[in-house]
Write a protein that binds this ligand. Structure first.
Ligand SMILES: *Cc1c(COP(=O)(O)O)cnc(C)c1O
Length: 389
């Protein structure tokens, strides 16, 4: 540390220079997160001093968190449930797995080898969680559309099973598992069904309202016990804002997963009230209509991108449920590197050798797509010439 501090303006200059090296949103086609809503930025700034780890002090902020959770529970079909705002999908998924394990323990069902049933499209956060908790992942096949097959999930259930995870919008491909059919298939096994809707939670309810054919994925489905939803993705709140929601209040007493720490129901102790404020502000300000409009535009832009891709000769590798497009581009990894050098951020799909993965988040407008397409074609031609040459 410096002996004598720098002037505020010198620090500002350095930080501004660093921030200017970050890629602007208008060149980002790989991210599930997007530019936060200006009201979220403004009000989270106003709440930047708050700490929900101490609710004796921050009682007004705590009230806002409760209201935000209530709005999310209502959105997902179960106002009587319980939950918290957390740091993101990873912490939310961890808390769900802890609660499922604790319920098995309380019922005398916890064996020495706890298992959780997942598909191959499950988010990698679960690898961290299973390794931290000493839980074994039982991976079951997905169907041709890369969706978790309900019969395979039910067939994998046994006395070690503490939970099954369905994904409502995979961040890799935007695929939505048939949560309703999975719940039906699991019903007689009494297995805790957790839905990871970190990506789809703020899209699917509104897409269904727009008439898109997507399955029920939330508490409207009997048997869904917990849901992860991430306000810092399509909820347009700024990072870090995730949420974990439970159907039953009892499953969400602090002592259900953190024995002897009754004050906290989250993994983090000191945690930002600004996240609760940002989440609540956006939900209240946009309302259902606002989110439906954003979702409509998002799907229109996704269709615009797929049309542009097809006209340029790039087929799609999967039919997207949500706004994630995987285009067939030969030597996709090399094309991605070229685009990166040109200031465009895309990603490749681990599942397909020739898959270029493009996420049409809110900031990916028609103008962005119009600027991106020539860059893609140029990078592709250069790579082809190099490979041929
Ligand atoms: C983003 C995401 C996560 C992890 O959430 P973080 O907020 O990055 O911790 C988990 N599951 C899915 C489906 C996601 O899209």
């Amino acid at each position: 540390m410096r002996e004598a501090g720098l002037s505020a303006s010198a620090v500002r200059t350095e930080i501004a220079a660093a921030l200017s090296e970050d890629i602007p949103w208008t060149r980002v086609l790989n991210s599930i997160c997007t530019e936060p809503h200006p009201l979220a930025v403004e009000l989270s700034h106003a709440a930047s001093h708050t700490n929900l780890g101490d609710v004796r002090i921050f009682r007004g902020t705590k009230r806002i968190e409760r209201k935000a959770v209530a709005l999310l529970l209502e959105l997902l079909g179960h106002p009587q449930g319980a939950g918290s705002l957390v740091s993101g999908g990873t912490e939310a998924n961890l808390l769900a797995m802890l609660a499922a394990r604790q319920e098995a323990r309380a019922a005398g069902r916890l064996t020495g080898r706890p298992e959780v049933i997942v598909g191959s499209t499950v988010h990698f956060s679960f690898d961290k969680i299973f390794s931290a908790l000493g839980v074994t992942a039982v991976r079951v096949p997905v169907d041709d559309g890369l969706r978790l097959a309900p019969d395979s999930v039910a067939a994998a259930a046994n006395e070690n099973t503490i939970a099954a995870v369905a994904t409502a919008g995979s961040s890799e491909l935007g695929v939505v598992d048939p949560v309703d059919d999975i719940a039906t298939a699991l019903a007689r096994h009494g297995v805790w069904l957790h839905v990871d809707a970190a990506t789809g939670g703020f899209i699917i309810p509104f897409a269904r309202e727009l008439g898109r054919r997507l399955p029920q994925f939330d508490f409207h489905v009997d048997g869904v016990r917990s849901i992860t939803i991430d306000p810092h993705k399509y909820g347009l709140a700024n990072v870090p804002a995730g949420a974990i929601l439970f159907r039953d209040q009892e499953a969400y007493q602090a002592d259900s997963f953190f024995l002897d720490t009754p004050a906290h129901t989250t993994l983090l102790g000191t945690r930002p009230g600004s996240a609760a404020v940002a989440t609540y502000a956006v939900l209240e300000h946009l309302g259902r209509e606002g989110f439906v409009e954003i979702t409509r535009t998002n799907f229109e832009n996704t269709e615009y991108l797929t049309t542009q891709l097809t006209e340029a000769g790039y087929g799609l590798l999967i039919e997207p449920d949500l706004n994630i497009v995987v285009a067939r581009v030969p030597h996709a990894a090399e094309v991605s590197r070229r685009l990166d050098a040109d200031g465009w951020i895309v990603s490749t799909s681990k599942r397909f050798d020739e898959g270029l993965r493009l996420v049409v988040a809110r900031h990916v407008t028609r103008d962005v797509i119009d600027a991106f397409m020539p860059a893609l074609v140029k990078a592709d031609h250069e790579v082809r010439a190099e490979v041929a040459g």
